[in-house]
Design a protein around this ligand. Structure first.
Ligand SMILES: Nc1ncnc2c1ncn2[C@@H]1O[C@H](COP(=O)(O)OP(=O)(O)O)[C@@H](O)[C@H]1O
Ligand SMILES: [Mg+2]
Length: 393
């Protein structure tokens, strides 16, 4: 499901924080749009009318007048029938009494109905997009530990997505301090993620074409930062905004988020339809994977979006898949076998293994990627006369 852009109208920072969390915990990717931005039209407004209902009603009326049919959720201190009527008359679509975060029945049912309303909004938006431009799907790859194979898996999946669908696809290297995505793909980038987040206002199609590097498969690459200490927490808002801008230009976004959860990778987690947790069948990886899953849950980033990828699944003397599934509480979505030679040959030549080789692991990437896209999206192979292009690789 494509990302929703939500705007929270309130003077209370704590309310904004809690409302963001609530918006994002319902299984739909939600980006928070800062008030006052003219270039992003929200898909949903949350209006805080807890303290001053008359100015709250005026805000709802103003938003209704300026934003047509965009859903407005009014949040009041309590469910008073007069207030509900007034809010609905002013133009609100949903009304919620505010008491999130508690363990009691009232709080849980408020959260559930809020999540239900967010999901309905997303489904309506999806339906209204159908027939128009395809919406964007964002996949984040997060490693259980360094060396788990996150970059390998992200890069090979991105190439295969671009190749199979022939639709606009970009891979973004979000790892702080010198990621390896561009290196794995054998391209020498002129610009990086930092150039993109520093020029967000100018980021239209033409400017973006300059910033990204194009891979032979058709995949665009936004290379990782070339600075050791960036992106940092202060860049997280810009990263979130960048992902929203890119979602309007691409149909598939693949993010290599490295193996830590920091402010920037959290922005990616919130934007993602799926979070692929790349792990190896060894004790440190499984232990870290458990901790990362727990962290995703705490962040309210929708732990139902997590899918487990077991990389180097066939290594000897390691933990059995069943034990891994029990330890993590998730089924294994896909296993990639251990094949150091094939993987490192692909790495050394800068040619992703799906393009260069007929090994078991290449086939696993093929079927994994096909599972990410609908059947209709897979484009038939090129006719014979175009083949020399592949032969050159
Ligand atoms: N399935 C695999 N079989 C064998 N070696 C692998 C496999 N996946 C990755 N590797 C190797 O492991 C190393 C680390 O991979 P990388 O993708 O850089 O991990 P990460 O991004 O998680 O740090 C690389 O040398 C890579 O070639
Ligand atoms: Mg990596």
């Amino acid at each position: 499901m494509a990302q929703l852009a939500a705007s929270i109208v309130s003077h209370d920072e704590e309310f904004k924080r809690q409302a963001s969390r609530l918006l994002r915990a319902g299984g739909v990717p939600v980006g928070i749009v800062e008030g006052g931005r003219d270039d992003v039209a929200p898909d949903l407004f949350v209006v805080d009318i807890r303290f001053d209902s008359s100015s709250g009603m005026a805000t709802i009326e103003r938003l209704r007048a300026s934003h047509g049919a965009v859903p407005i959720f009014a949040v009041a201190a309590a469910a008073e029938s007069d207030l509900i009527l007034q809010a609905m008359r002013a133009g609100a679509n949903e009304f919620f009494p505010w008491n999130p975060g508690g363990a009691d029945h009232g709080s849980r049912s408020m959260e559930e109905s809020f999540h239900g309303a967010v999901r309905r909004t997303a489904a309506k938006r999806e339906a209204s997009n159908a027939g128009g431009r395809q919406s964007c799907t964002t996949h984040v790859f997060l490693g259980a530990k360094g060396g788990a194979g996150t970059t390998t898996v992200a890069v090979n999946s991105a190439v295969e997505l671009a190749r199979l669908t022939k639709r606009p696809t970009i891979v973004i290297d979000l790892k702080p301090c010198l990621g390896e995505v561009a290196l794995f793909l054998g391209v020498r980038p002129r610009f990086t993620l930092l150039d993109a987040i520093e020029n967000l206002q100018r980021l239209d199609k033409d400017f973006l074409r300059e910033l990204v590097s194009r891979h032979k498969s058709g995949l665009d690459i936004l290379a990782g930062s070339d600075q050791f200490d960036r992106p940092t927490a202060t860049d997280a808002g810009a990263v979130e905004e960048l992902l929203r801008v890119l979602a309007r230009m691409y149909e598939h976004i693949v993010i290599d988020a490295g193996n830590t959860i920091n402010a920037c990778s959290v922005a990616a987690l919130y934007a993602a339809e799926t979070v692929f947790l790349v792990t190896n069948p060894d004790v440190p990886s499984i232990r870290n994977a458990q901790r990362l899953i727990e962290r995703v849950r705490q962040l309210g980033a929708g732990s139902e979006r997590v899918k487990i990828l077991l990389n180097r699944g066939s290594d000897q003397h390691l933990i059995a898949p069943k034990q891994i599934e029990t330890a993590l509480g998730y089924g294994i979505f896909q296993t990639f076998s251990s094949d150091y030679r094939t993987v490192s040959e692909a790495l050394n030549s800068g040619v992703p293994l799906t393009l260069s080789n007929h090994s078991e692991i290449a086939a696993q990437f093929g079927s994994f990627t096909r599972s990410l896209v609908g059947r209709a999206e897979v484009v038939k192979p090129e006719p014979e006369k175009r083949r020399p292009f592949l032969g050159l690789l």
